[in-house]
Write a protein that binds this ligand. Structure first.
Ligand code: SAM
Ligand code: DTB
Ligand code: SF4
Length: 323
């Protein structure tokens, strides 16, 4: 077997060589890459099982950050109506419905730069109550300050989602109100508090293949690697700076998923935002490439996701089961 086709050594923080490795994977002939990814996937997971998480926006819009992809930034005129924090009862009701539908994890998202102390209290209640339903809990609340990750952990939080979004060199094209190191610092706090890390990125923002390699190298270089890795395809929302970006080729998206699987063999790789705009055949290829998690339920945070009935039919057609 040649160098590229052999299995990578377990990833440690070794940014440059990891980046070369990621780039070499992305450059492979498509079928070679998918075969490698599916092989690694089968060595580490039951290939029929797909984990399902349901999202809920517990505080929508009016965010002070300027993330160029995001409909919730107060700086972009997207017509999105801002909403105050949802009442606890509504969150619990939605989580119970998600559990009934077959989700195993419930992820609560807030359009904050980060939570203030008074913001966190009601979220801790939500975590406690959702946990009581027997669901895994996840939050994505922005940057965390010292002690906040511990508070969330004590309330029963299982996962914290905080994405690196893109490669360090492309990051400044997308976000100016916080830097890459801020994100790494929050991830460090999350890890130190004993929470599971959910960390991924967005592709289709006009970045190069090299930048996708850079993102994957950053994710795979986290030590330990994230337990969950959401790979989002940009959902273009009118009024955001990134609306009108040339769409990424579907082959490039599938390649990114496959390379993520190979570089992070034991992580759950989530086929995340963008499924509503994605042909089901492409989604099937993502599962073949080693994606083993999805967002499940009609809505992501503010934009649409495939209907549950449609996803159930896709699972049936592909012989996939919830896991
Ligand atoms: N405000 C918090 C933060 O940014 O960390 C949490 C919520 S934020 C909406 C969570 C993630 O959603 C972002 O990091 C980004 O990766 C993803 N996201 C937001 N808008 C998106 C879009 N239009 N398309 C794809 N992913 C998107
Ligand atoms: C993640 O990586 N993707 C999710 C979740 N983590 C929070 C969010 C996707 C948001 C898509 C745009 C929207 O619906 O607002
Ligand atoms: Fe705010 Fe998060 Fe959207 Fe950025 S991604 S604008 S921080 S809600």
């Amino acid at each position: 077997m040649n160098q590229i086709l052999s299995r990578p050594a377990p990833a440690a923080p070794r940014a440059r060589s990891l980046r070369d490795e990621a780039r070499a994977l992305l450059d492979l002939p498509f079928n070679d890459l998918l075969f490698r990814a599916q092989t690694v996937h089968r060595e580490n997971f039951d290939p029929r099982r797909i984990q399902r998480s349901t999202l809920l926006s517990i505080k929508t819009g009016g965010c002070p950050e300027d993330c160029g992809y995001c409909p919730q930034s107060a700086r972009h005129a997207t017509g999105l109506e801002s909403e105050a924090m949802l009442p606890l009862a509504e969150v619990v009701r939605t989580a119970a419905a998600a559990r009934e539908n077959g989700a195993s994890r419930f992820c609560m998202g807030a359009a904050w730069r980060g939570p203030k102390a008074r913001d966190l209290e009601p979220v801790l209640d939500m975590v406690r109550e959702v946990k009581k339903l027997g669901l895994e809990t996840c939050c994505t609340l922005g940057m965390l300050q010292d002690g906040q990750a511990e508070q969330l952990r004590e309330a029963g939080l299982d996962y914290y989602n905080h994405n690196l979004d893109t490669a360090p060199e492309f990051y400044g094209e997308v976000i100016t109100t916080r830097d890459y190191q801020d994100r790494l610092d929050t991830l460090e706090r999350v890890r130190k508090a004993g929470l599971n890390v959910c960390c991924g990125g967005i592709v289709g923002m006009g970045e190069s293949r090299e930048a996708r390699a850079g993102l994957l190298a950053q994710l795979a270089g986290l030590d330990p690697q994230p337990e969950s890795v959401p790979i989002n395809q940009l959902v273009q929302v009118e009024g955001t700076p990134l609306a009108g970006t040339e769409a990424i080729a579907w082959t490039e998206f599938v390649r990114t998923v496959a390379a993520a699987r190979i570089l992070m063999p034991r992580s759950f790789v989530r086929l995340s935002a963008g499924r509503a705009q994605m042909h089901e055949a492409v989604q099937a290829l993502c599962f073949l490439a080693g994606a083993n998690s999805i967002f499940y339920g009609e809505k992501l945070l503010t934009t649409g996701n495939p209907d549950v009935a449609r996803d159930d039919a896709l699972f049936e057609a592909l012989g996939l089961v919830a896991g």
